[in-house]
Ligand binder design. Structure first.
Ligand code: HSE
Length: 308
């Protein structure tokens, strides 16, 4: 069905999820970006933002409208005009897939206008938006935002995405008051890795998949390990080691960095408030950093909530 208006919510995601650099993603229930789109005369594109988080308003520089335009092109509707209103639910540069939420939401909103349901096309357009924001076309956040649950981009060339419904567990997130640019966090990674480090990651990533499929949150937490990115990136997050230890002491099953950071997340079943407070205090005491914190659960992915 072709429509004239749509309203979409698109969630935060945790990329890498421990050992799955550029491959694993976990979709969260909250926070979400809210995106409204309405048809306009051909060729006219307007972008508006509401709420406290600022985003670029030029259509070719805004992640959501950029992904929407790419989706229209992929579907042969290049000249479609539209107006878009964006309310960001998460701060850009926090490691919670902010750009992916906007890209996936923008692509899905345009797909809703055009009556397109093909997830591969939505994923492709969303990844173009992600590339605009971060300088690299990685699919892990956008795959999780579009498919929901736990996702594995198992083959980049063929864009194969494996989707697993995760068990229920709590995700406790603390975002310290610093910004980490994904581009910079990618540039500090080494070009080459030692075979022994790669072997560790292969083992942990395989263990993580088994733990997800056997729906065992305690084991999921135990595989939140990484030797490819975390050892380098934790240097960009003052207090990371103390926050990690504090969360485990308070009962977390495992702890890691959300995407390229600086968000740090822990998973648990129970003790969530205790873990949240321990993480916030550890950022304050070890690094003098204030942090925004919240507790959420795995979520279903970007959704069209209204069509007209
Ligand atoms: N996989 C990407 C990275 C996610 O870690 O650089 C960035 O949000």
């Amino acid at each position: 069905m072709v429509c004239s208006k749509a309203f979409v919510v698109s969630p935060a995601t945790i990329a890498n999820f421990g050992p799955g650099f550029d491959s694993f993603g976990l979709c969260l229930t909250a926070p979400v970006d809210e995106i409204s789109i309405a048809r306009q005369p051909a060729g006219r594109v307007d972008v508006r933002a509401v709420g406290k988080h600022k985003v670029p308003l030029e259509p070719e520089k805004n992640t959501a409208s950029f992904a929407a335009m790419r989706l229209a092109e992929l579907c042969g509707s290049d000249s479609i005009g539209f107006s878009m209103k964006i309310k960001k639910g998460m701060k850009p540069g926090s490691g919670l897939g902010s750009s992916a939420a906007s890209s996936a939401g923008g692509a899905l909103a345009m797909a809703a206008l055009l009556g397109v349901r093909n997830k591969e096309t939505i994923l492709e357009a969303a990844a173009m938006g992600e590339e605009l924001a971060s300088g690299s076309r990685h699919f892990d956040n956008v795959a999780a935002a579009i498919y929901g649950g736990f996702t594995v981009v198992s083959d980049l060339k063929t864009r194969t995405v494996i989707h697993i419904k995760p068990p229920r567990f709590q995700i406790i997130v603390a975002v310290p008051d610093i910004s980490v640019e994904t581009k910079k966090a990618r540039e500090i990674l080494p070009e080459k890795v030692a075979v022994r480090d790669a072997v560790c990651n292969v083992g942990w990533a395989s263990g993580m998949l088994h733990a997800m499929m056997s729906r065992n949150p305690r084991k999921i937490g135990s595989y939140l390990e990484d030797k490819l990115a975390l050892p380098y990136r934790k240097e960009l997050i003052p207090g990371y080691s103390s926050v990690h230890e504090a969360a485990l002491r308070a009962g977390a099953y495992g702890v890691s960095i959300g995407g390229s950071g600086p968000a740090v997340f822990a998973i648990s079943q129970g003790n969530a408030q205790k873990i949240r407070k321990a993480m916030v205090n550890a950022f304050k005491e070890s690094a003098g950093l204030k942090s925004v914190s919240f507790i959420t659960v795995p979520g279903p992915g970007a959704r069209v909530q209204r069509l007209a």
